[in-house]
Design a protein around this ligand. Structure first.
Ligand SMILES: [Zn+2]
Length: 191
């Protein structure tokens, strides 16, 4: 655990958020960087408390804009105007056909609470991409309902993010990340 850092409260970007829990792991967006991507994650952690603690720990240096609990509750940890640290080493092609490296600066990140196939605890780096999906924890109906509403809301307010650039973490960091996983159902996105 790192030192306790006092982070200013902020107003949620959407009324869909039921609780704001400010994370210190953030920075300003730089000139020339704009929101074009929305990255979906699975937490690969069992409980909300541990996951949220990690996402607010300055030593861990990870964060996300939104977090969806198994009950479908939406929390916001970082305001959309700031960068959150969720994508890491990653790449994808932007609206102008340019390959962007380090997608944090260009994206919003949503963490969806789920163990994936790692029911015994978070995976090591080696385990991350070598897994059997048959025993993965199912995402809940409440999470898909919350996700669909949140993504529609984000896309309506952010004209440079389009459905084609709503991507899984595994799609932008394929040799490193497996979330949100083979068991994540994407059909809500286009229905
Ligand atoms: Zn991820």
């Amino acid at each position: 655990m790192g030192d306790v850092v006092l982070v200013p409260m902020f107003a949620a970007d959407t009324p869909l958020v039921s609780r704001v829990l400010p994370s210190p792991n953030t920075r300003e967006r730089k000139a020339g960087e704009r929101l074009e991507f929305l990255i979906i994650h699975g937490t690969w952690m069992a409980g909300d408390d541990g996951a949220l603690q990690r996402l607010c720990d300055p030593v861990a240096e990870v964060s996300c804009h939104y977090y969806i609990t198994r009950e479908g509750q939406i929390l916001q940890l970082v305001p959309e105007r700031l960068v959150a640290f969720h994508a890491g080493v990653s790449k994808a092609v932007n609206s102008e056909g340019v390959e962007i490296h380090g997608l944090n600066n260009w994206s919003l990140g949503i963490e969806v609470a789920n163990c994936g196939p790692f029911l015994d605890g978070p995976p090591s780096l080696e385990q991350e991409t070598l897994v059997g999906w048959t025993r993965a924890e199912p995402y809940t109906e409440a999470q898909y309902v919350a996700l669909k509403a949140l993504v529609a809301d984000i896309l309506a307010r952010n004209p440079h993010i389009c459905v084609e650039r709503v991507l899984g973490h595994n799609e932008v960091a394929p040799d490193r990340k497996s979330d949100p996983g083979m068991h994540f159902d994407w059909s809500w996105l286009r229905s």
